[in-house]
Design a protein. Structure first.
Ligand SMILES: [Fe+2]
Length: 181
């Protein structure tokens, strides 16, 4: 394994190097606006994927099986959304996530490094994060619509629908959570 001595710390996603500048009928301004609206969503999807898996792995309590399975199902859907968003950006000549440190620069939801999180609190935190991401998605859809990128807008609309589905499930689960859970 080679060790790179210099890690690039400031990453830009637009304009792309010539070899990656996919031809598009969108103007550079339009493609840039969409790229800059969507990359933070991809970073957040990575962050939420890890957080949901973290909760899947570090769960305890009487609802273990239900929550363990629910979190896994949700993590899979979040993971699937990442490639869809990233490849939309490549289709319009934008570049996307390069690394874990790049994710760290762009994510807008907080990481969760607590030693122990009670199951009910996990559900609460995931409701909040999915809600935050839904809000971000809605804003990004507006950016796409304003900049003539209806294909990215459509992709984000589906991802918003899935995000709201996750939020709905978690919200209803939360109704049954007692302080002792
Ligand atoms: Fe698992």
């Amino acid at each position: 394994m080679t060790t790179r001595q210099v890690t690039k710390t400031h990453l830009t996603s637009f304009p792309a190097p010539a070899q990656l500048a996919t031809v598009t009928d969108l103007t550079p301004q339009e493609a840039q606006a969409v790229t800059e609206a969507v990359n933070p969503l991809i970073a957040d999807a990575f962050a939420l994927y890890v957080k949901t898996k973290n909760f899947h792995w570090h769960l305890a309590g009487s609802h273990f099986r239900d929550y363990h399975l629910l979190f896994d199902e949700q993590a899979e859907a979040i993971l699937a959304s990442i490639d869809i968003m990233a490849e939309r950006l490549r289709r319009i000549g934008g570049t996307t996530i390069r690394s874990i440190s790049h994710i760290g620069q762009l994510q807008t939801i907080a990481d969760d490094n607590d030693d122990f999180v009670p199951a009910g609190e996990m559900v609460k935190r995931l409701v909040e994060d999915n809600g935050h991401i839904a809000k971000m998605l809605r804003k990004a859809i507006e950016v796409c619509d304003r900049h003539r990128d209806s294909a990215t807008s459509n992709a984000l609309q589906e991802i918003l629908d899935e995000t709201e589905r996750r939020k709905w499930f978690l919200f209803e689960v939360m109704q049954g959570v007692k302080n002792t859970d």
